[in-house]
Write a protein that binds this ligand. Structure first.
Ligand SMILES: Nc1ncnc2c1ncn2[C@@H]1O[C@H](COP(=O)(O)OP(=O)(O)O)[C@@H](O)[C@H]1O
Ligand SMILES: [Mg+2]
Length: 262
């Protein structure tokens, strides 16, 4: 691989605009995710995080802009074709197959793969990350707790051996302890398997600790970006997203008063 190709982002969005009928959900979003990193998009409820992920994975076709993955234009491609290229989406609310066993859910992730030995090795690795999925292998996935279903959803994506995983709010509805556990394993997966991740979260604290590079999304626009270690130290982020000064409501009021806070 020559030098410019090596530095090209694995995933790149340029000026992407997506809408639901007349409602514009994201407006001119540009972002890049580099191979091997964990990138995060932070934003409160309704900011447009899920819409970004759905646009990347082909569930929603954008009105404008482009999505490139591994240097290829995948804008508005069929979702199945995008999965085959090595991009898996773990949706908000997990969406496991409730009536299938845990093990069958995991094997569904690998259905496009022919390399049976490698699939068996990946199953072992997934069981090592989340031993509960091995213990509960024969139970219906619908019987798992919310946290265990999140583990299953991430693991099912891993079973496809993807290059990039899109993770939509893995912390949603989980206890702080479980959230921490899941984030630690997400980081381990990234470090050990080299799987690139794009994580969208309202839980800025967790996301900024786990990720390398972050974007802040407000009302469908990216308003700030930077290395997570830099974002963590920004006063506005501390105040509004990390709740480190006053209560959330007061923080939000102060935040909204500042028009040129960038
Ligand atoms: N299916 C839909 N139909 C109409 N509007 C939607 C739909 N899904 C999301 N929206 C709107 O698009 C905006 C962005 O939503 P979303 O991407 O789900 O935000 P987030 O994931 O950050 O909470 C919100 O204003 C939301 O109400
Ligand atoms: Mg969402």
């Amino acid at each position: 691989m020559n030098a410019p190709a090596a530095t090209a982002p694995l995933l790149q969005l340029q000026n992407v605009e997506s809408a639901y009928g007349p409602i514009k959900a994201i407006r001119g979003v540009s972002l890049a995710v580099h191979a091997g990193e964990i990138a995060t998009v932070l934003g409160s409820n309704g900011a447009g995080k899920t819409t970004i992920l759905k646009t990347i994975s082909g569930i929603i076709d954008p009105l404008k802009g482009s999505v490139h993955f591994k240097g290829e234009n995948i804008t508005a491609n069929d979702p199945t074709a995008i999965v085959r290229r090595g991009l898996m989406h773990v949706p908000e609310g997990r969406e496991v197959f409730a009536l299938l066993s845990v093990r069958d859910n995991l094997m569904m992730g690998a259905y496009t793969r022919g390399d049976r030995d490698a699939v068996a090795r990946d199953l072992e690795q997934v069981h090592a990350y989340f031993p509960i999925l091995k213990e509960r292998g024969h139970q219906d996935a619908g019987l798992l707790s919310g946290g265990q279903q999140q583990m299953l959803a991430i693991s099912r994506a891993l079973m496809a051996a993807p290059e990039l995983i899109l993770l939509d709010e893995p912390s949603l509805g989980l206890s702080p302890r479980l959230t921490k556990e899941i984030f630690e394993i997400v980081v381990r997966i990234n470090r050990e398997r080299g799987t690139t991740m794009l994580l969208v979260e309202q839980n800025a604290n967790m996301a900024l600790n786990a990720a390398d590079f972050g974007y802040v999304l407000e009302n469908g626009r990216i308003v700030m970006e930077g290395a997570c270690e830099v974002l963590r130290e920004k006063e506005d982020i501390k105040e509004f997203y990390l709740g480190m000064k006053g209560d959330g409501v007061r923080g939000e009021r102060r935040w909204k008063k500042k028009k040129n806070w960038r």
